[in-house]
Structures are given as C-alpha cells and as structure tokens.
Design a protein around this ligand. Sequence first.
Ligand code: SF4
Length: 211
Amino acid sequence: MNAAKRREIFERLRAANPQPTTELEYETPFQLLIAVLLSAQATDKSVNIATRKFFPQYGTPQGLVQLGEAGLTEFIKTIGLFRTKAKNAVATSRIILEQYRGVVPQSREALEALPGVGRKTANVVLNTAFGMPTMAVDTHIFRVSNRTGLAPGKNVLDVELKLEKVVPAEFKQDAHHWLILHGRYICVARKPKCPQCGIADLCDYRSKTPA
Ligand code: SF4
C-alpha cells in the first residue's frame, strides 16, 4: 500500500469520527490503567459494568490497596481471569502508592514493570492518559492492519513498529483508536462488513465480503 492511500484511509476515518477515544470509562490515569489491565480477553462493556461499581469509592491506589485482593475479586467476578487480575491490580496499586507517591508513572519502562502491565497496556496509558503518539496494537488493529495492507506484520509488535513508521504524523495520536473501532464494528473478525466499509476502495483484502 502506498503513502497516498494510507493518508486517505486516515483522512476518512478522521472525517467519520474526529475525536475518537477509548470506550473504557475512567476519570484519572490510574483508573484508565486499572480498566485496561482488567480488559485483557474481556470486552470494554463488561469492564465498565464492573468498574462502575468500585471506581467511585475505591478508584485510587489507596482505595484498591484498602479494598484488597479478596474485596476487588467480588467486584470483578464477571470478568475473565478475574483472580489474576485482582492480584495484579492490587499489587500495581501498592507499587504506585509506595514507589510513585500515588501517581501513575509516565514512562514505558516503569509502566511495563508493574504487575499485569504489558506493552499494549502501557501503550494505551501513554497514549490516552498522557497524550503520547503510541500504537496499542490489539487483536482488532492487528487484523485491520493486515487485511487492508496498511501495516502487515506477523505479530503485534511487528504491526506496532510498522504503524509507527508509516502513519503520517498528524494521525499518530488517534490512529490506534480509529483502527480499533474500525475493527470492532466494521472490519470484524468473521465476516467483515465490506459493503458498509468507508475505506473499501483503499483496502487490499482479497476476500472482501460481497455486497
Ligand atoms: S473492505 Fe472489508 S476487509 Fe477491507 S477494511 Fe473494509 S471491512 Fe475490512
């Protein structure tokens, strides 16, 4: 795919949704971090339903440490991998409280050192809470980047590095949100909605769904 096509894809995605953001609900960088940590292999919707119940009272590092693993488990039981997530969320809260005076660190290295925080979670927090132009490649972005030919790669890191290279500067901040939403609602895994797709004429996918 050439640069002009890539630019046109982002022009159209931006025109359709000028201010994209995450569908996770949060009020502080800390709450975003916890919400993303809980969202692994779970839908944003299910995470929002759970966090609405404990963020108002316990949505700070002190709050989660006070709530403890058993207490948090009660609130997130409906989410996959809830035991591990409760353990990681409380351990992460404790480190933020003790090592960073309760403030979420703004470096990738520090974020990735927190329990349960991988590269993708760090990228979401750096991008969405701190305004850095990182690409948090999830399953949706991976699929869209490969199908369209925008940034094909064998694994998520491959795709992330390619996107960083080829996405024009003005779109970098919002690119991952547009691609996630496109993958979640239009370029869906099983039967992509190509007849409704706003970038179909720019997409290189050979097995497009017929109209
Ligand atoms: S045309 Fe189809 S495969 Fe290509 S981006 Fe759109 S929905 Fe996805």
